[in-house]
Write a protein that binds this ligand. Structure first.
Ligand code: GLC
Length: 601
């Protein structure tokens, strides 16, 4: 028998924060208090806000009239004969097997509405319940895969597009439950070989398990079982989880209008724990977060250890979101001051040192090296020979991007999509840089979008470089998986970035490319090959964040104003502090001296 409304914690809370949370009386009686109120809210939210079509909506169907970018994209809705045949066969096959099939209308045209309906059905089927309430979505529900690994879990990062899709649909409960339950997991006692990571760490994923009830063999209860990386392949720490959690929390408040969640004492404590972990002093010389390999969406060895862009963009975004949500109180003054200083230093560092375009490349090409001095131009001692031959050819005349990583004597020139897109969404990049990133995506459409949006990074590591950097990882061979595979989930971040810069037509075009195959291919996790032509070698089918990423892109294009729940604008205090740093000429002056005098929090 399953005990409904149960929430037994297998392990004890640890440290002050855990106890504080229990003392606040918000969780020790999970069973009765808030799960009940969730159920009440469920009925309220069913009649709540729904996505409206407003003027300026970008329907993907209407994107068919756009000119192909770079002439790469084929005619929009006419399927090739073989596609139609395959479609017909598949339709028949699926109908006879009773499997969850794709829904299509006339054989010559895929109905985008049907794809959307199918996506919603699949997203709802992926919902995971805990004690009777929706709490998240499973990573993949692939009936063809025998090797489940941890794809039957709720991943924090994978849930973000699901959560946003539900928010945009006016279904708030699942997001609220997710936020509050994952918060509970933050205080879990976690160890790996007797070592505990920092207190504010959020798990990569969790699973709802049904276990025998203590002392009663005939009964069972449901428990949440988190994985902080101690079971994950490679034991990677999920640095991005807490950052995404903060971003989702703000989106929840903005979309639902319910600020009571972010105002709760335990939630405020949770935000502070994540921030304190990120802002803790270490050995770092840079304002960027120092992490090991695989700390984010790329959760395997891919040579992104150090200061990878994706983490920096999420860190910046989470700092801005948290600053908006933290209640002003005496106890947080130091924290808010530290956040403000970090925001300025981080944006300066990324805008100045991560940025490359043709002009900057030429500058690097002519760098002098071994400059021992406070006013070195080549601060990180980059040897010009590091400019890879591919980049000289690849960099367009118009456009630019943020590099993947910067360390002493090392620039990782690979283009990482998520880091660049989220830098646009969060205003980590300047307006000009943001436009230049979109210019580059347009100019390099055949490399980054091609037959399926969007490459996770570009280019692929090959040969000896692949051997050395990935450790000869057979899953990350060139143009596959994290090594420049194509990930449909990235559509939603692309769409948010395009809408922020008022260029939604770029995202609409990419959505249209995805719509030609994504449903027919059964919503794969990723695609392989240089043009993204094959379903990935080990790709799961019915991968939830591919489904949700597509839905969020569609919902945002239908009502671009909704993107504001994700976007953060640069505020004037940051702009002032930043221009103050620029005018102090970073190439000449040392450190943040000027800033510290002028930037008063
Ligand atoms: C893979 C991906 C990771 C994702 C997980 C679940 O490990 O690399 O980003 O969260 O699958 O989908």
């Amino acid at each position: 028998m399953l005990i409904p409304g149960c929430s037994s914690m297998r392990q004890s809370h640890k440290g002050n924060y855990g106890y504080q949370r229990i003392e606040s009386g918000l969780f020790h009686n999970v069973k009765c208090s808030w799960l009940h109120s969730c159920r009440c809210q469920q009925s309220e939210s069913a009649s709540g806000i729904s996505t409206e079509n407003v003027n300026g909506a970008w329907f993907v169907d209407s994107a068919q009239k756009f000119n192909p970018i770079n002439g790469v994209v084929n005619g929009p809705d006419v399927l090739e004969i073989q596609d139609v045949q395959q479609l017909k066969q598949e339709k028949e096959g699926l109908a006879s097997s009773g499997a969850h099939g794709t829904i299509r209308d006339a054989p010559h045209k895929i109905s985008n509405d049907s794809i959307e309906d199918e996506a919603w059905d699949l997203l709802r089927e992926s919902v995971v319940y805990y004690c009777g309430s929706p709490i998240g979505t499973i990573a993949a529900k692939d009936p063809t895969s025998s090797n489940v690994l941890n794809y039957d879990q709720v991943f924090i990062r994978d849930f973000i597009p699901s959560g946003i899709a539900f928010l945009l649909k006016g279904e708030y409960d699942i997001v609220r439950n997710f936020i509050l339950h994952t918060l509970q997991l933050q205080s879990w006692e976690k160890t790996m070989d007797c070592h505990s990571p920092g207190q504010g760490l959020m798990p990569a994923s969790f699973k709802v398990r049904t276990v025998p009830l203590d002392g009663d063999d005939s009964a069972t209860e449901e428990v949440l079982d988190p994985d902080f990386g101690e079971a994950a392949i490679g034991r990677v720490a999920p640095v991005d989880s807490g950052l995404w959690w903060i971003i989702l929390l703000r989106a929840y408040g903005k979309c639902s209008g319910d600020l009571s969640v972010q105002e709760r004492v335990d939630v405020q404590t949770g935000i502070k724990m994540i921030l304190r972990l990120c802002l803790a002093d270490g050995f770092d010389m840079f304002p960027t977060l120092l992490v090991t390999d695989g700390p984010c969406m790329i959760d395997r060895r891919m040579g992104i250890h150090g200061h990878p862009l994706e983490i920096q963009a999420l860190f910046y975004s989470a700092l801005l979101c948290a600053r908006e949500m933290l209640a002003p109180e005496d106890g947080s003054a130091d924290l808010i001051r530290a956040m403000n200083n970090r925001l300025v230093a981080l944006s300066f560092h990324i805008r100045e040192y991560y940025w490359v375009d043709l002009r900057k490349l030429n500058e690097i090409y002519r760098y002098k090296t071994e400059e021992y001095s406070y006013d070195a131009v080549n601060k990180f001692n980059i040897y010009p020979d590091q400019i890879s031959p591919w980049l000289v050819e690849w960099m367009p005349n118009k456009g630019g991007y943020l590099i993947g990583n910067l360390q002493p004597a090392h620039m990782d020139f690979r283009f990482f999509s998520l880091g660049n897109l989220w830098s646009v969404v969060s205003s980590l990049t300047t307006r000009d840089q943001s436009h230049a990133i979109l210019d580059l995506i347009e100019a390099k459409w055949a490399d980054l979008v091609a037959d399926m949006p969007l490459k996770i990074c570009y280019p692929a590591l090959e040969g000896q470089e692949w051997q050395i950097i990935t450790g000869s990882d057979p899953k990350n061979t060139h143009w596959s998986y994290h090594n420049a595979g194509s990930w449909p989930t990235l559509l939603w971040q692309l769409t948010a970035a395009c809408i922020k810069m008022n260029r939604p037509e770029i995202a609409a075009k990419a959505v249209e490319v995805a719509e030609r195959r994504i449903s027919r291919d059964k919503w794969p996790e990723y695609y392989d090959t240089k043009r993204g032509r094959f379903i990935g070698k080990q790709s799961r089918l019915f991968q939830t964040w591919s489904i949700a990423g597509y839905l969020v892109a569609k919902l945002l294009l239908a009502d671009p104003s909704k993107a504001k729940i994700l976007i953060t604008e640069e505020d004037s205090s940051l702009v002032n502090a930043f221009s103050c740093m620029i005018s102090s000429n970073p190439r000449r002056k040392r450190g943040l001296k000027n800033l510290k005098q002028t930037y008063i929090v």
